[in-house]
Design a protein around this ligand. Structure first.
Ligand SMILES: Cc1ncc(C[n+]2csc(CCOP(=O)(O)OP(=O)(O)O)c2C)c(N)n1
Ligand SMILES: [Mg+2]
Length: 371
């Protein structure tokens, strides 16, 4: 049985089937600000990639409600195992946008020290576990972390995000089965954006919905309008309350749409009818939330302009700062590989230093980004 779709705000921004969650005006506006910041970050980062200033980018365009709405329902002590399309989670949890920018530049101020692809963020303090390129791996990791919290009797939950395509990975089955059997306090958010690079949803599964898959693992499956930030919040809050009460995991399917390409390396016009995008443009999650806030008299036109201007300024300052830093020193390659410095690492560093001095290898950057 496939569940009905939960929504709070009608597409016009008016009230819909479910009651809105109880959130303060400040919190609602903070969620809105982070959605706008995420949208503007996407726009700037895609342009930086096109200008050859960063190597790669993955846009979240159209999926801001789906990941930010759910993240807003959790607390500082909960743990996040996100996908590469969820930068708004880090921003909502207080990571400064400049830290994301340093990572995209892979510069000396990047906390992953230029060793990861752009957008493969990792923020320990904010419980934002490193993005992995192999899809689905975060699902089993989240189930394991949730189980650890249960064994330690901590009242926290783990939440993981993955796409419709990732439900075809082994880790999807492993993670959901494990969490179901052991009632691990885990929330599985399947961001169903209709596509896995060029593979449409119909090519991915014979299930009627992604939420329906929950039944096989003995957990509730909730289907929510993924462009309705308040509905996503409400569904996640309910799943978190359930997990904290010891009743185990929930699978949430957020029905949304990937408005952009898969990544900066993709050209969706080769496989997707642009008319479908036109339809989804009318369901834009930011426009929808804005209309609702305006209708409730929580946001004025002047405030909206100010929010955008502040986000723009923050982004410009972040880009300026990231461009000033420069690449990490070559020697950092040998640091924090293991807890201590091994003799082999010393030997390799000595060999590389010698090669650099003799000019056998270059210190510079070469070539195109491979993806
Ligand atoms: C194990 C594995 N197989 C294949 C890939 C190549 N790949 C990267 S993203 C992607 C599609 C994922 O689609 P989905 O899970 O729907 O997430 P979305 O990109 O739509 O957010 C694929 C096949 C990969 N990264 N890892
Ligand atoms: Mg997808």
């Amino acid at each position: 049985m496939s569940p009905e779709m939960v929504s709070v705000m009608a597409e016009s921004g008016a009230a819909a089937s479910h009651k809105p969650p109880e959130l303060s005006k400040e919190r609602l506006l903070e969620i809105y600000r982070v959605m706008v910041l995420t949208r503007l970050l996407d726009d700037r980062a895609m342009k930086l990639q096109r200008q050859g200033r960063i190597g790669f980018y993955v846009p979240a365009l159209g999926q801001e409600a789906s990941h930010i709405g759910s993240a807003a329902a959790l607390g500082a002590d909960d743990w996040f195992f996100p996908s590469y399309r969820d930068p708004g989670i880090a921003l909502l949890r207080g990571v400064p946008v400049v830290s994301l920018m340093h990572q995209c530049y892979g510069n000396a101020a990047d906390n992953t020290r230029g060793r990861q692809m752009p957008v493969h963020y990792s923020f320990k303090k904010q419980h934002f576990v490193s993005i992995s390129s192999p899809i689905g791996t975060q699902i089993a990791q989240a189930a394991g972390a949730a189980m650890a919290m249960k064994i330690r009797k901590e009242p926290h939950v783990a939440i993981t995000y993955f796409g419709d395509g990732s439900t075809s990975s082994n880790d999807f089955h492993t993670g959901l089965n494990f969490a179901g059997v052991f009632a691990a306090p885990c929330i599985f958010v399947c961001e169903n954006n209709g596509w896995a690079i060029s593979v449409p949803l119909e090519g991915q599964t014979a299930s009627a919905t992604m939420a329906a898959k929950a039944e096989a693992y003995g957990m509730p499956g909730v289907r929510v309008d993924g462009n309705d930030v308040l509905a996503v919040y409400a569904a996640t809050k309910q799943a978190a309350d359930r997990a904290r009460a010891g009743h185990g995991p929930t699978l949430i399917e957020t029905v949304t749409f990937r408005m952009g390409g898969h990544s900066s390396s993709d050209d969706p016009s080769r496989y997707r009818d642009p008319k479908v995008c036109e339809v989804w443009k009318t369901r834009d999650p930011i426009d929808r939330f804005k209309a609702w806030l305006e209708q409730k008299k929580l946001l004025t036109a002047a405030q909206e302009t100010e929010i955008r201007a502040r986000c723009d300024a923050e982004l410009q300052a972040a880009i300026d700062a990231a461009e000033k830093v420069g690449p990490p020193a070559v020697s950092t390659m040998f640091e924090d590989v293991y807890a201590g410095r091994t003799a082999q690492l010393d030997e390799q560093w000595a060999e590389l230093k010698d090669a650099l001095q003799r000019g056998v290898v270059s210190k510079g950057h070469h070539g195109e980004f491979p993806l």
